[in-house]
Design a protein around this ligand. Structure first.
Ligand SMILES: *Cc1c(COP(=O)(O)O)cnc(C)c1O
Length: 232
């Protein structure tokens, strides 16, 4: 299957998943998780109708940016982020989805203030409480959001999660459900720089379940680009 066929296939599955639970297909955005795929393949995906690319590694993203890989699409950062790399993202990517601690929020705010702009971010939630994973604990999100009012150059637009890896995607459902509840609960916090618009969850194996449970954004890599080759 070509990238173009895969993109059509994923979009069709998103439409069906929305139809099955009575949701407007326009309420779910598709992010192509393009890690380990070169600029040419990324451009192919955009030509096939991808409007948002998500990258995991700052260095790889910058290389592909220089090659004009993302022209015609938005760029989001979805990977583990170090504070010293924040400067490469603020004002460059439309959305930083993987803000996993307060120090990052502070660093993003500082850089955004220096550039006189507002940086949109999502807060990453460690919904499975896994020691191996980064992200805020669900119980701490409300406090983080309230404290974020001091970060006037950061706009918190929602939440992102990667639930634990499981053999059967159905096992992800309770985690997606918890994330949706948290998303709804946080929406009641009316703060000037917080608006719960985006709930980013669901990948190739489980995005249809994530949609049924309320995802407004899914991040699909393998389903669009095929299996990644880790030997290169
Ligand atoms: C790689 C990646 C994805 C996509 O994973 P697939 O299983 O290939 O669809 C989604 N989100 C993040 C954060 C990723 O790193």
């Amino acid at each position: 299957m070509s990238i173009a066929e895969n993109v059509q296939n994923v979009k069709e599955k998103i439409r069906s998943a929305c139809a099955a639970c009575g949701r407007d297909p326009e309420s779910v955005q598709l992010v192509a998780a393009s890690k380990m795929n070169d600029a040419e393949r990324v451009r192919e995906a955009i030509a096939a109708g991808i409007t948002i690319c998500g990258e995991n590694r700052v260095q790889e993203m910058r290389e592909k940016q220089e090659q004009g890989a993302y022209e015609g699409a938005q760029l989001h950062f979805i990977g583990t982020l170090q504070k010293n790399k924040v400067k490469y993202l603020v004002g460059t990517v439309q959305l930083i989805q993987s803000v996993e601690n307060r120090a990052l929020l502070e660093a993003i705010d500082k850089k955004a203030a220096a550039l006189h702009l507002q940086q949109k971010v999502l807060l990453e939630v460690n919904i499975g409480g896994e020691a191996s994973k980064s992200g805020f604990r669900p119980e701490e999100i409300r406090q983080v959001i309230r404290g974020a009012e001091q970060f006037r150059n950061v706009q918190i637009c929602g939440l992102m999660a990667i639930p634990p890896a499981v053999p059967d995607p159905e096992q992800s459902r309770p985690f997606f459900r918890q994330m949706h509840q948290l998303f709804i609960d946080m929406d009641s916090e009316k703060l000037f720089n917080v608006s719960m618009q985006t709930l980013s969850m669901g990948m190739t194996n489980d995005y249809e379940i994530a949609i049924a449970e309320g995802a407004t954004m899914v991040r699909v890599g393998t389903g669009i680009f095929g299996a990644r080759n880790y030997n290169n």
